[in-house]
Design a protein around this ligand. Sequence first.
Ligand code: PLP
Length: 452
Amino acid sequence: MAFDEVRSLAVKLESDIANGPIVPTVTPHEIRRHLAARYDFTNPIDLDEVVADVETMLRTWQVHVTHPRYFGLFNPSVTVASIVADALVAMYNPQLATWRTSPAANEIERHTLAWLQDKFGLPPTAIASFTSGGAEANLSAVIVALTRAFPDYGQQGLRGLPVSPTIYLTGEAHHSFRKIAHMTGLGRAAVRTVATDHRLTMDLGDLARRVAADRRDGCAPFMVVGTAGTTGAGAIDPLPELARFCRSEDLWFHVDAAWGGAAIVSPRLKRHLAGIEAAHSITCDAHKWFSVPMGAGMFFCRHREAVDEAFRAETSYMPGKTAGPTHDPYTTSVQWSRRFIGLKLFLALAEHGESGYVEMIEHQTRMGDVLRGALQRAGWRVVNATPLPLVCFTRDGLDTARFLAALYQRQIAWMSEVRLAGGEPVLRACVTSYRTTESDVEWVVREMGKLV
Ligand SMILES: Cc1ncc(COP(=O)(O)O)c(C=O)c1O
């Protein structure tokens, strides 16, 4: 088998990483000195030698996000199938801008996206594409929503509008939306921060008041973003109520399920995403809870015609359309040249099957419960509420920065700190590896007890 070697390398690397350190100690100067001493690019170097050196650099000088004790920012351990997929894609280098250039790859992506689109409860007439990640999917959502709400936006830009469009989300929503407001010309001030309740989910009363006040002030509310699994605390906004509100107010309802969206495949968890089927658009990242390498996001949209309008392009230098009901991705998405992003999800899904994914996702959720329970028994105070495997916690008098420095220095685990609702910093631990075991979790909590 051509990929036996990649497969056995990936498996060996998995165990090497699991048995090694998690957090590096290195300065920029040290790395720059190493690079400057070896690579001035004047003379060729044997590939084996460079690869060995790069592997050593990666092994020594990075936080190992695929380590079973990495409890971090949604960066997953990756399945062997998805690693093989990325290598295969690099070898064939298919160009997915047009259907005609890469029929097989385009259809594999379409088939994979249709599977997830159906799980989300979107109709078969919806349209979907792979993106570089969640930020690009969220950008796509804002562009399409603007295009649908303001027919002159595409041609005249925002300056052609008599009103100022506004977006509504909570302070816990992903901050890519602030950059998107900047990039699209909406301006960061167009983003309205809606209050949250004690569970850090959107306060519907505050949303309604803000939309009404903005309409009175001559603004043009056009979009509400509900997050299904916030980055900081894994909170899930009240999606059914948001869907209802958006319908009654004629607003675009986007669900950012970049991490939490994968829960839709789990019979036990999917009820927490109820309401997502009413979304106009959805962001879901394969490179988060679907455990494939970066970058693999997905954008789903109910309104195919708005997507076509937002990303239309015509030029004589691109291969013409093939007969039949095909869309060329360069005319239905942000990207032009396009990598075969979807193969890593397709191959992993095909190898593990849906049941394999359910097992991975539910296992991580169980490990989240084990972590929550072990922390509470050890005297920590859990400060977030979510059915997803993300625990935010603290204890009286904790200096989070010092605690984390000690945690890293002893190579116990990687976790981060976060301020929820603008409060004091607390610790944040998310189970992002399907290889994390109960004994990993219990050992980490025991070792943490020795640091306080
Ligand atoms: C809820 C949410 N949305 C969007 C993003 C951005 O995704 P990406 O980093 O893939 O661009 C993230 C990243 O963590 C996220 O947590």
